[in-house]
Design a protein around this ligand. Structure first.
Ligand code: UDX
Length: 423
């Protein structure tokens, strides 16, 4: 099938790459010239394991191309995916400017019946608005069916998640449109769930908020474990063995960041307020997540009796989680800002993020090696659980420090039994 995709962010690019890999002709559209120029050469603008190979293979096979021209993108498209960003507005509501623009662009170019698939995470009812926008702005009368197909991929596992997802949700008001979208994905061998559009939109928010609540819950249990002498990893293992609970998303630590959980929980809380429905569990999860970072920094400050002035502190990890270069809502940002403002000499290292504009105003030194980062440090903070940090020879690293205490922000160093300096 001929498919066009609007937006080459994580979701759009991975969807485009995977659809081309399973045999569709895909053209990706973005307004960012620089990005498109890179992509045409097969260079991915994001760090995502496995993506480069898929891009390369399908560009070479003429199944995947890129453009900044809407006209070119929509010329032969039978299905158009919208995968543009829905950033969080100041009141917590999702900002739909890019979505509206995409709908208008489609309307301006439509010259035949069309199926529009919305991958972007949008508040319940937005698919209805998109359909209305396209229909009212279109020149000529064509059948336009908007189908909701929320995305569940995780950054850092995007390719795998798309090939091996748990479910593909298709929210449609028209059976033919729903089954056409299903036929796009049948090669993936993933179970389908057909719902109406509003349910599909809600599934995405409800899933992400549920996982966020799970994380905040285990984090609060973790804080209590610390006080009463229990080991949160054992507690999570024990809880997780109950199949009704499950072990996934029970890793306690610094809490969630990234482009989805913080934004989607806020958007769901906003939807609750707007509809005068209490979803206080989500509010509590948001609050607990904010507090978790502060509690961590407070533990470091307490260790230095409140004075980190001139102390070298090594921060391991910048990205919000391993295997991504995404810095959105990363706990590292808050931690580094606070410690640096308090006069600490902060040195950081991340395997992928080598610098970030988000810390431009902050005095922070980017180290080239782990050894350089921890050399003479008085505290080492494990903030992102990158494999190379977890597997590092911590005895050797410790020997380089100034008798540093290690603050394990991800609870992953518990197997290093020899380290007595981990807190
Ligand atoms: C998430 C959802 O998993 C995905 O389905 C959705 O499409 C987008 O949002 P992502 O943000 O890429 O994906 O990362 P994920 O691996 O889910 O982790 C989210 C955050 O939760 C990270 O900050 C991670 O560090 C944190 N987390 C995750 C925990 O703190 N503990 C856990 O047990 C799991």
């Amino acid at each position: 099938m001929n498919v066009a995709i609007i937006g080459t962010g994580y979701v759009g690019l991975v969807t485009g790459a995977v659809l081309s890999e399973i045999g569709h002709n895909v053209i990706c559209l973005d307004i960012n010239e620089e990005k498109i120029t890179k992509l045409k050469k097969g260079e991915s603008p994001i760090y995502e394991p496995g993506l480069d190979e898929v891009l390369e293979r399908n560009i070479a096979g003429n199944r995947l191309s890129f453009t900044t021209s809407a006209e070119e993108a929509f010329e032969n498209a039978e299905v158009i995916f919208i995968a543009v960003g829905t950033p969080q507005g100041e009141d917590g509501a999702a900002n739909l400017t890019y979505i509206q623009q995409a709908a208008k662009d489609i309307a301006m170019h439509i010259n035949r019946n069309l199926i529009v698939v919305v991958k972007s995470t949008v508040p319940v009812g937005t698919n209805d608005l998109i359909e209305e926008t396209i229909r009212t702005n279109a020149i000529g009368s064509f059948q336009v069916d908007v189908v909701s197909n929320p995305e569940f991929l995780r950054e850092g596992h995007a390719i795998n998640d798309t090939f091996l997802g748990d479910r593909i949700v298709i929210g449609s008001e028209n059976e033919h449109a729903g089954s056409t979208v299903e036929s796009l994905f049948t090669k993936l061998n993933i179970p389908f769930l057909h719902t109406n559009r509003r349910s599909a939109e809600m599934i995405k928010y409800a899933s992400n908020a549920f996982l966020a609540i799970k994380i905040s819950y285990i984090n609060q249990i973790y804080n209590l474990c610390e006080k009463v002498g229990a080991d949160v990893n054992d507690v999570a293992d024990g809880m997780g063995m109950d199949h009704r609970i499950g072990r996934a998303f029970l890793n306690a630590g610094l809490g969630y960041g990234g482009s989805c959980f913080p934004k989607d929980t806020e958007a769901l809380a906003y939807l609750g307020r707007e509809n005068e429905i209490s979803i206080s569990l989500v509010d509590a999860a948001i609050q607990a997540n904010k507090e978790q970072r502060i509690l961590f920094v407070n533990r470091v400050l307490e260790h230095f009796n409140g004075n980190v002035e001139g102390k070298k502190i090594a921060v391991l990890g910048l990205a919000f989680k391993p295997n991504t270069d995404d810095m959105r809502e990363a706990p590292s940002l808050d931690i580094i800002r606070i410690l640096s403002a308090d006069g600490a000499e902060v040195h950081v290292i991340d395997p992928v993020v080598k610098e970030t504009k988000l810390l431009a105003e902050v005095a922070v030194t980017h180290s080239k090696t782990l050894e350089e980062c921890v050399q003479s440090a008085e505290a080492v903070l494990l903030v992102t659980e990158w494999e190379e940090f977890v597997r590092a020879d911590w005895e050797e690293l410790l020997a380089l420090t100034k008798n540093a205490t290690i603050f394990d922000g991800r609870n992953v160093l518990h197997n290093h039994k020899l380290i007595s300096q981990v807190v």
